[in-house]
Design a protein around this ligand. Structure first.
Ligand code: ADP
Ligand code: MG
Length: 573
């Protein structure tokens, strides 16, 4: 048995390495026993400008001291790990500010969004607490700065760990608030289905964000959410007691109101409600069915063999829409495909905003029906399909639509926003629909139509590039690179952290390697991957422990695969 060397050895070695070529840092790889934890140096950067080195700190609970009460359920362990990452992130930011402009010798941890998510960066068990970090190993030019490295790894890092991984050093009340908030959100979400709801927005919630690029709550002038009485529900929570708010029923819900009255903001809060949020987010009691999917028009995307015939038929030049492929979709075909793909991947709720929809996909009014005969118009608009989607497949829709009252006919619930305050206007909307008939012809037939599962051809995914067998890159939430191909994810709006995109990139390779077989439909492949992640965590995706992966939903994994331009599929008939 070899025992783990002491941290003094690391200290001495770093001093010895001082002035040597940067590559000599590679010899550091390994584990070192510090007084309070073990430091694992898993990956050493090849040069000063490469991506920083990756390390892990594993601290026994005997030192960390987190009581069972704050970590004993899976939900609490996730919320606690989220809290620790935030503490560590803040500490790294503070160091960075002190360090000034020179970025040398930085310690990094993955940057958390407003959502509480399982991340590979921290894990809490009954035995240990683990934190994964990056360190930029210091250099003078291309030579090792050994003294600085010793200061970084043997002083600064232990200090940071001491401040952020021990229960005694942290704010116990803040930890409890964090954990209880997440547990309450889980409890609220778990009651939705039984109550016949798809989403819940608590009274007092703050929905608007600070800006388009700042996800924190609007600081000044936010109008707190207030539910209309007729749609108000009261749900019990384990910690916050009874919470009242708006219950959005299953079926078809329309959100209407004048421009700038808060419609899209409400829908975005509902989108975000598939995740739990930190206590001061303003939306920590806004929860949505976990299988709700935001979808939008996305012209220019590629589509691989999707049966969009429920929405689109008789294209010019006789193109089939039972297995529709294109490298350059129109607004309407992209939205039709996104919807069918989401249903295929297990969506239960569709979230649609007029702001980001193709008009000809959403509506086709009486006058247009008169001018352009049905046999000259390939599109059956969503208005004629939305009801069937619910009756045939149980999919609810929440739709922001301030521009067309034609939807009054098909809606179960109509909510009007007036200066950010929601009113239940269902009765008025129905009366108006009866008084002013649209005289539209219903175009959708009597059934939604078949959903045709697809099997991905594994060879159509190639993660290699040049000499590298796996080339993956993901820097933000808008794009990932796999092999030589960039997948545009800017229309996949419910991705909130770059780490989710990184994990999805790994998951695509993993799915191809282990789960894509010639007879397995895509939905089953996705489920198999997600089951592995539920059993083994994000580390199942990689050969060695990464610190920058963040949990994602199967729906977003499917969305990424569906946007691969090289994708080839076979339909299951
Ligand atoms: P709409 O979709 O109805 O046109 P938006 O949701 O885009 O309106 O909101 C318009 C503006 O009002 C945005 O800048 C948004 O941040 C702000 N806003 C939304 N809800 C609230 C609220 N409850 N309190 C204060 N400002 C809000
Ligand atoms: Mg809007």
């Amino acid at each position: 048995m070899t025992s783990t060397p002491d941290f003094n050895l690391l200290y001495d070695q770093l001093h010895r390495l001082d002035g040597q070529g940067y590559g000599a840092y590679k010899s550091l790889k390994g584990a070192y026993r510090f007084e309070a934890f073990t430091l694992h140096i898993d990956h050493v950067q090849g040069d000063p400008f490469a991506a920083p080195s990756r390390v892990r700190v594993v601290m026994p609970q005997a030192v960390a001291g987190f009581p069972a009460e704050v970590r004993q359920t899976p939900g609490r362990a996730v919320a606690l790990a989220d809290f620790l990452i935030r503490a560590a992130y803040q500490a790294t930011q503070q160091r960075e500010r002190q360090a000034g402009s020179g970025k040398r010798g930085l310690i990094g941890v993955v940057r958390p969004s407003q959502a509480i998510l399982p991340r590979s960066a921290a894990q809490v068990t009954a035995e240990t607490v683990e934190l994964r970090l990056t360190v930029g190993l210091p250099a003078f030019g291309r030579r090792i700065a050994g003294k600085q490295a010793a200061d970084l790894l043997c002083r600064a890092l232990p200090e940071l760990v001491d401040d952020t991984l021990r229960y005694a050093a942290l704010d116990a009340a803040a930890i409890q608030r964090h954990i209880y908030g997440a547990e309450d959100a889980d409890a609220l979400r778990s009651q939705l289905a039984d109550r016949g709801l798809v989403a819940f927005v608590a009274d007092g919630a703050v929905l608007p964000r600070r800006s388009g690029v700042d996800e924190r709550p609007l600081a000044d002038g936010a109008v707190p959410f207030q539910s209309p009485e007729s749609l108000r529900v009261t749900l019990p929570c384990p910690h916050a007691g009874s919470v009242t708010g708006l219950g959005i029923p299953q079926g078809i819900t329309l959100i209407v109101g004048g421009g700038y009255h808060g419609k899209s903001t409400l829908l975005r809060a509902i989108e975000a409600g598939v995740y739990n949020h930190i206590p001061d987010d303003g939306r920590h009691q806004v929860v949505t069915d976990g299988a709700a999917v935001k979808m939008r028009a996305e012209d220019g995307r590629s589509i691989a063999g999707v049966d969009i015939s429920p929405f689109i038929n008789h294209l010019p030049q006789g193109q089939s829409t039972r297995q529709f492929s294109t490298t350059n979709a129109s607004g309407s075909t992209s939205q039709a495909a996104a919807m069918i793909e989401a249903v295929e991947a297990g969506a239960r709720v569709l979230l649609v905003d007029e702001d980001t929809s193709a008009t000809n996909f959403m509506i086709r009014d009486r006058r247009m029906q008169a001018l352009i005969a049905k046999d000259r118009e390939p599109i059956t608009p969503f208005i004629d399909k939305v009801r069937q989607l619910y009756t045939d497949y149980g999919l609810s829709t929440v739709l922001v639509m301030g521009g067309s009252g034609d939807y009054f006919d098909v809606a179960d619930t109509v909510i009007a926003l007036d200066e950010f305050v929601p009113q239940d206007v269902t009765t008025q909307a129905k009366a108006i629909a009866a008084q002013y008939q649209t005289d539209r012809h219903r175009e959708g037939g009597s059934r939604f139509g078949d959903l045709t599962p697809r099997i991905v051809q594994p060879h159509s995914i190639d993660p290699s590039k040049g000499r590298r067998s796996v080339n993956l890159k993901a820097r933000d939430t808008d794009q990932l690179q796999i092999g030589t191909e960039a997948i545009d994810l800017s229309a996949v709006e419910q991705l909130v952290e770059p780490g989710q995109v990184r994990a999805i990139a790994e998951a695509i390779v993993y799915a191809q390697r282990y789960h894509m077989t010639p007879d397995r439909p895509l939905a089953q492949v996705i489920n198999a991957v997600m089951a592995d992640l539920a059993d083994h965590g994000l580390d199942a995706l990689t050969d060695w422990p990464m610190g920058d992966l963040v949990m994602f939903r199967g729906l977003e994994l499917a969305a990424a695969i569906n946007r691969l331009r090289s994708l080839q599929v076979q339909s299951v008939r």
